[in-house]
Design a protein around this ligand. Structure first.
Ligand SMILES: Cc1cc2nc3c(=O)[nH]c(=O)nc-3n(C[C@H](O)[C@H](O)[C@H](O)COP(=O)(O)OP(=O)(O)OC[C@H]3O[C@@H](n4cnc5c(N)ncnc54)[C@H](O)[C@@H]3O)c2cc1C
Length: 299
């Protein structure tokens, strides 16, 4: 992987877009069906804004609408894409390199950035997941080990670059920038949280919605959601359900063979649980990027 490589080599080009004549309920459904968090708004081919799933959920949460049918009717009745979208969009040009894209994502504290040509036409999208995928592709070819790094509080050497002779080098992949609570769904008391969020970071964002994950390992202050999942952490500073396994609904990860995602279901007894593959994996199967987690009301 060269940081000077053009982003056009790795960006997604078949981007799902909406325009201002679409209804918010349509946007919500498209995002939910395609697991998209940010969707570009276009006028013809020209990028005019970006709309986020959180903004849509926030709107229905503010008005305490939880029934899905009522929520869609409420969204279409009360608001429009034009009113809700952000028109001041951070973009990168289609001449940009991987380094430029990484700078835009880190500098703007964002996780997807539209790629536009000289006329402001949308050419593609690039996400933090694309960058991790590219890193893993390169590492596989170059025989380099990649070790995910959450808070570094492992007590069993999980983040140490101690690998065998099959590898030519080691990269420690710090997930600290992936520290956001992306979505909160009050109706199901659930939240989609990025893997690099530490205990205090995710709890302060959940508290804005009156929720808590209620997972308190003794390393709470420094350890991260991704680390908790990858080590099957126990929240020894709380009582009753304190095991991270009991709180996870689904997970997303980037693996050396592509994206991996478990389905978010209200309950399932069908076959082995796919989440068990990643839970306790210590990063050997891939990089956990986010998870839907069950939360509870703050006392
Ligand atoms: C003072 C202290 C108190 C502790 N108290 C507890 C406790 O109460 N309960 C408990 O269970 N443990 C405890 N631990 C152990 C440790 O905090 C946990 O294992 C914690 O879950 C690690 O989280 P982390 O974010 O620091 O992960 P790291 O230490 O950074 O990584 C741990 C392992 O997970 C992998 N990993 C990290 N992030 C990801 C990711 N996003 N995707 C894939 N793999 C990843 C790493 O490669 C590594 O193998 C304690 C440790 C200390 C030092």
């Amino acid at each position: 992987m060269k940081v000077s490589e053009p982003i056009t080599h790795i960006m997604t080009t078949d981007v799902i877009t909406v325009n201002t004549s679409n209804k918010l309920s349509e946007v919500r459904r498209l995002m939910a069906d395609n697991s998209i968090h940010h969707m570009p708004v276009v006028d013809g081919q020209r990028l005019t804004g970006i709309i986020s799933y959180s903004d849509i959920l926030e709107l229905s949460f503010t008005e305490s609408v939880t029934d899905p049918i009522q929520r869609d009717a409420f969204l279409d009745d009360r608001c429009t894409i034009t009113a809700l979208m952000n028109s001041d969009v951070v973009t990168v040009s289609n001449n940009a390199t991987l380094r430029d894209a990484a700078k835009a994502l880190v500098g703007g504290r964002i996780h997807s950035v539209p790629v536009v040509d000289g006329k402001g036409h949308l050419s593609g999208m690039i996400t933090s997941t694309d960058l991790i995928r590219t890193l893993l592709d390169w590492a596989c070819d170059a025989k380099v080990a990649v070790i995910p790094f959450g808070g570094g509080t492992s007590v069993v050497g999980g983040v140490e670059g101690d690998v065998d002779d099959r590898y030519r080098a080691v990269v420690s992949l710090d997930l600290g920038q992936l520290d956001r609570v992306l979505d909160v769904e009050r109706s199901s008391m659930s939240a989609r949280i990025q893997a690099g969020a530490t205990g205090p970071a995710l709890e302060s964002q959940l508290a804005e919605h009156g929720l808590t994950l209620r997972h308190f390992p003794q390393s709470f202050e420094f350890s991260t959601l991704g680390g908790w999942l990858a080590t099957r952490a126990g929240g020894h500073f709380a009582t009753v359900y304190t095991h991270i396994d009991d709180l996870v609904q689904s997970m997303r990860a980037v693996t050396p063979s592509g994206l991996w995602e478990s389905r978010r279901l209200p309950g399932s007894g069908a076959g082995p649980s796919p989440d068990r593959v990643m839970l306790g994996s210590e990063g050997i199967f891939g990089v956990i990027t986010e998870a839907w987690m069950h939360s509870v009301d703050t006392p």
